[in-house]
Design a binder for this molecule. Sequence first.
Ligand SMILES: CC(C)(COP(=O)(O)OP(=O)(O)OC[C@H]1O[C@@H](n2cnc3c(N)ncnc32)[C@H](O)[C@@H]1OP(=O)(O)O)[C@@H](O)C(=O)NCCC(=O)NCCS
Length: 254
Amino acid sequence: MMDDLPMNHSLANEHHWSPLPDDWQADVDRVDLFAIDLTQPPILIPEAMSLLDEVERQRVERFKSPKRQREFVIGRAVLRMLLGSVLRIDPQAVRFEHSPQGKPFLLNDPVHFNVSHSHDMVLLGVSLDTPLGVDIERVVERDQYLKLAKRFFAPGEYDAMIALPAEQHLAAFHAIWTRKEAFVKATAKGIALGLDQFQVNADPLTPAKLEIPHPQIPDKWSLCDLPIANDNYRACLCVATDSPQYRCWQMGPN
Ligand SMILES: CC(C)(COP(=O)(O)OP(=O)(O)OC[C@H]1O[C@@H](n2cnc3c(N)ncnc32)[C@H](O)[C@@H]1OP(=O)(O)O)[C@@H](O)C(=O)NCCC(=O)NCCS
C-alpha cells in the first residue's frame, strides 16, 4: 500500500526507517520517530521492568492482557532510555507527570514525546521543541467499521470516505482514524476534544491534512502520514508547526 503513495511529507523528506545508531542524539527543529516491532524488541522484559518505577510496575500488574503488559513495559522502558539519553540522566530517574486527560509529560522539562501501540508495534516520537502526537493502528477489517466512522468522524470525513471506491474504504477509515488520533494526542486533549469537531482529509493516497481546524484549537498543526514498512499498519504524526521535519528510526534487538 505504502509503495503506491505519491510524494507526501514523509517521502518528500526521504524518510525510511534506519537502524538507530548508538550515538543517536535529538536535534532541534526535528522530531525523532522510533518504531519497535514487539516480536523483535530492543530490550527484554526483565531488563525493561527494571527501568520502570513503582507506579508503572503497579500499572503493569493491573493490565489484564499479557499483550497490553508487554507493549506498555517495552514501550515505557524504551521511552525512559530515550528521554534519559536526551536529558543525560539514568532512565530510572525520568519522572513523568500526566495531563488531566492522561498525556504523559516531563515536569520542568521542555522535551516533548508521545507513544502509540497497536498489535505488535510501538511508535514513539521525541522532540526538543514541538508538541507532538503519534498514532499507529493495525489495518484490520473491524466489525461495522463504517458505522464506527459514521458515529465518530466528522460528517465531511464520512462523506468523503464513502465517495471513494469501495476497495479504498478500509484504508481510508484507518487513514482518517490515525490522522485524527495523532491530532487529539498532540493537543493532549484526547478524544474528549470531540472527534467530529475537526476534519482531516479522507483519501489514504494523498498527504495527510487538517482540513477544518478544531474551533477551540486554532494553532498551526501539521499532519504527516508515516511510511510504516509493514503494510498491515497505518501511522500518522501531528506536530505544532507548519514545516514538520522528522527522522525515522527502527529499533531492533541489541
Ligand atoms: C488515550 C487516547 C489518547 C489514545 O488511545 P489509543 O489510540 O487507544 O492508544 P495509543 O496506543 O495510540 O496511545 C496510548 C498512549 O498515548 C498516551 N496518552 C494517554 N492519554 C493521552 C492524551 N490525552 N493525549 C496524548 N497522549 C496520551 C500514553 O502514553 C499512552 O501510552 P501508555 O499508556 O503506554 O503510556 C485516546 O485518544 C483514546 O482513548 N482513544 C480511543 C480510540 C478511539 O476510540 N478512537 C475512535 C476513532 S474511530
